[in-house]
Write a protein that binds this ligand. Structure first.
Ligand SMILES: Nc1ncnc2c1ncn2[C@@H]1O[C@H](COP(=O)(O)OP(=O)(O)OP(=O)(O)O)[C@@H](O)[C@H]1O
Ligand SMILES: [Mg+2]
Length: 345
């Protein structure tokens, strides 16, 4: 299947460092279930939303790991679990070999310095009453007690790193463009020299031309600082441009994972094939329709393979009754795995 064409410059730097043996971050059996109240026909009923349900991940130092999937598939919830911004219902997270699942108090605060997140919407991420200097300097003041000349020097250095003129320091967010505001958010995320940064749809609120500039900046910062990224996006072309490996999520589970070239050029899971077929193209015929209907509610999961209700290939009894696990399909590239009964050797 033809992969979507990338709209980003073809001359960008190569992939970052080679993958070392020990992963920087791992997740095992990670789940987050929300108990929610629904009112139907005047009666109050409770149901469980399985936002994330049994996710295993290994993120290596220096890589850019992409997470893709439709709205509601659990991408942001996974990110919040990995960063300990929310507690899991089940499963563990290890960072640099340490179990961080139950960390509290000072050790948790220390961990937060090393793990940062940049959200989708820079307009709502910044406090309109704080200057750019305050926004970028806040983590340094609060976490490191920095002030005076030292703080000024660090904030100016961070502004330089994200190519924001120092004359912007005493402006307010409403005086900046969307791309400039996202540069402020990135500078703030880098202030405490994190090891890992989660980028949750960091460019989807921006104009296309500005998106390319922010992506190039992210790539440059990663190379300069040996940063590890988890990059969440709906935009498959962007993931292909920026990421080394990618996980495809569907209804709270990873259905396919592997090196970006393998997943984009030889997608195995019918859902990944449908996502790639549906991606906008610059040239060529209309894409085949491989995806039917809407994503089911995470509160009413279909039995068996979560995707079978929309899968054009679903045909085995197991598709409707058993949950497939990730396994290497026949002839797959190293590290390329897929959770589908139809693809298991
Ligand atoms: N606090 C919460 N309480 C109840 N349900 C929640 C909560 N947070 C998320 N969910 C549900 O969990 C599921 C996954 O949500 P999540 O925000 O992780 O998806 P996503 O893949 O990031 O979607 P998007 O692409 O729209 O950002 C959705 O069904 C969502 O409604
Ligand atoms: Mg999200």
């Amino acid at each position: 299947m033809e992969a979507p064409r990338t709209a980003w410059p073809a001359t960008m730097p190569d992939s970052p460092v080679a993958t070392p043996a020990a992963p920087l971050l791992t997740a095992q059996g990670l789940s987050k279930h929300f108990d929610v109240a629904n009112r139907a026909e005047g009666l109050l009923a409770r149901s469980t939303v399985k936002a994330v349900d049994g996710v295993d991940l290994r993120i290596h130092a220096g890589e850019c790991f992409g997470i893709v999937g439709e709205s509601g598939s659990g991408k942001t919830t996974v990110a919040k679990l990995l960063l300990r911004l929310t507690d899991p219902t089940a499963g563990q997270v290890h960072f640099e070999g340490q179990d961080i699942t139950a960390l509290q108090g000072a050790p948790l605060r220390a961990l937060r310095r090393r793990l940062q997140i940049v959200f989708q919407n820079p307009h709502s991420a910044l406090n309109g009453r704080h200057t750019i200097f305050d926004a970028i300097g806040e983590p340094l003041r609060v976490q490191e007690g920095m002030g005076g000349r030292a703080l000024q020097t660090r904030v100016h250095a961070l502004m330089d790193r994200v190519s924001l003129p120092q004359t912007f320091a005493f402006r307010y967010p409403h005086e900046l463009s969307g791309g400039q505001k996202q540069r402020v958010c990135i500078a703030r995320a880098l202030a405490l020299n994190p090891r890992l940064v989660v980028l949750d749809e960091p460019t989807s609120a921006l104009d296309v031309s500005v998106q390319a500039q922010i992506l190039a900046l992210l790539r440059e910062l990663q190379r300069e600082s040996q940063l590890t990224y988890i990059f969440i996006s709906h935009n498959l072309a962007v993931v292909r441009y920026l990421c080394d490996r990618v996980a495809v999520m569907y209804l709270g589970r990873v259905v396919e994972q592997g090196p970006v070239d393998a997943v984009f050029e030889r997608p195995q899971h019918p859902y990944t094939q449908a996502l790639l077929a549906a991606a906008p193209r610059l040239h060529g015929a209309a894409p085949p329709v491989l995806l039917q209907g809407d994503i089911p509610s995470a509160a009413r999961m279909p039995p068996g393979c979560r995707f079978h209700t929309r899968c054009v290939e679903s045909q085995l009894p197991a598709c409707r009754s058993e949950l497939p696990v990730l396994a290497a399909p026949a002839g797959a590239a190293a590290g390329h795995v897929c959770a589908c009964f139809l693809r298991q050797a």
